[in-house]
Design a protein around this ligand. Sequence first.
Ligand SMILES: C[S@@+](CC[C@H](N)C(=O)[O-])C[C@H]1O[C@@H](n2cnc3c(N)ncnc32)[C@H](O)[C@@H]1O
Length: 307
Amino acid sequence: MSSFLTDGVSTFLESDSHRAEIIAYIAKGQLPLKYAYAGSAAHTHDALAQLETYASVVGSDEVREVASFLRGHAGDQIVEIGPGNGRHSAALLATAGHYGRYLGLDFSRTLLGIAAQSLRSGGVRADTALWDVEQGPTTAIADWRRGPSPVVVLFLGQTLGNVEDVPATLRNIRESLRPGDRLLLGLSARVPGATAEDYLAPYRNETFRRAALEPLLAVGVPADAIDDRLGYENDEVVVDAVLRTAVTLDDAELAAGERVRCFRSRRFQAAEVVGLLADGGWSTDRLQLDDTAGRLIVGAVAADPDE
Ligand SMILES: C[S@@+](CC[C@H](N)C(=O)[O-])C[C@H]1O[C@@H](n2cnc3c(N)ncnc32)[C@H](O)[C@@H]1O
């Protein structure tokens, strides 16, 4: 049987450190999704992001809503965490008519390059910097911003639902900003009455499968040693890679049957997000829930820790 995973497409990592990090995470059974955006996997993500099924998760309605918010913040400097291939960002900035300052931040150097190209060809002056939002705060925003006006931070496309530690990620963003700065989150929400299959259907395609498994392939796990299991549990769409045979990766010996969680996408409830934001130092002032489409857009202001 031919499969996207065994089609001989070559894989590569983006940084020398990624190999050891990915292998250490695989050995622990939990691989953060960020590696599925870097190196050759960035190009797989770019292909995935052009599918109709991807749009059904991250949504063109998100573009419309975020653009309408940005029109009310015309003079602000925009920072975006995780612009992906930049197409979503270029569309919403064009819809908002924003051609001011823009800083794209991402874990993936490869995607940042692709995003900057999409944005610049749409007339946006895009600056970029690397940041792993899960690792700790960054000084890149403070170094880039100009003057006293607040920045608006976009964190869209359900990326918050993919991180390993949501509260720590929200704190890292808050600690990289000043009181009064704004955050706009685009999230996937729980849909009343939805079945597990409703959540899983957009993920049943070979491009997604390759995107989720590519970091394992890139460090040398043979495609035919992976049995991937897509499921919905504890309000998350998840993918586990189960090893069909024993695999040795550098010093790590993995037994047949070992399971590695390599994808997660949480479905949020509105009240839960407000609580998570409050714990992370944010005060929510905008909540837009479309519980038919399963889309949640949340706006928050960075609170002053001294007040
Ligand atoms: C689901 S895609 C969303 C892309 C885009 N915002 C959209 O709406 O189509 C996730 C984006 O976040 C980035 N990302 C994932 N984990 C990250 C991390 N820990 N730190 C910084 N960026 C991360 C990915 O490289 C990618 O650009």
